[in-house]
Design a binder for this molecule. Structure first.
Ligand code: SF4
Ligand code: FES
Length: 141
């Protein structure tokens, strides 16, 4: 059974970072790119006030899983949407989908926007999504 989606927002004026923990694959890219903004051991763990909107956007667009997106009040859309759906197999890791999809689980349809990482190794505690657990198991296909 799919877990409930949790969605949190962190605002810097009209700019809002949207965080969906269920989609995170713990790549750590956010923390590496903007360590002054993403503080995993603090609460709140995201501090958008510590970087410019341009820097926040550039980093969010590098989030591989779609766990981080953004929206701007008065602006269209919250993330860059690709023209066509793209799928990529990460060796030893997830199936990455780039583009909006409708996911049906046990008859319930969920609309997922942007990037989504699906578990292929079977070890994720948040299936069908990858949670980074493939790094802890012997999975190399
Ligand atoms: S998947 Fe996105 S939110 Fe999760 S650690 Fe990586 S960059 Fe950060
Ligand atoms: S592929 Fe990442 S947890 Fe399974």
């Amino acid at each position: 059974m799919a877990q409930e989606e949790i969605e949190k927002e962190y605002a810097k004026g009209d700019f809002h970072i949207i965080w969906k923990p269920r989609k995170c694959i713990h790549s750590g890219i956010c923390v590496k790119k903007l360590p002054e903004v993403y503080l995993p051991d603090s609460k709140p763990w995201i501090r958008p006030e510590n970087a410019s909107v341009e820097a926040l956007k550039a980093q969010i667009l590098k989030c591989p899983s779609g766990a981080l997106t953004f929206r701007e009040e008065g602006a269209e859309g919250g993330s860059v949407k690709p023209r066509a759906l793209q799928a990529r197999l990460v060796p030893g890791g997830p199936l990455m989908i780039k583009g909006d999809i409708a996911l049906e689980v046990e008859g319930k349809v969920e609309h997922l926007e942007g990037n989504t990482a699906f578990c292929r190794c079977g070890a994720s505690s948040r299936k069908p999504f990858c949670d980074g657990s493939h790094k802890e198991v012997d999975f190399d296909s």
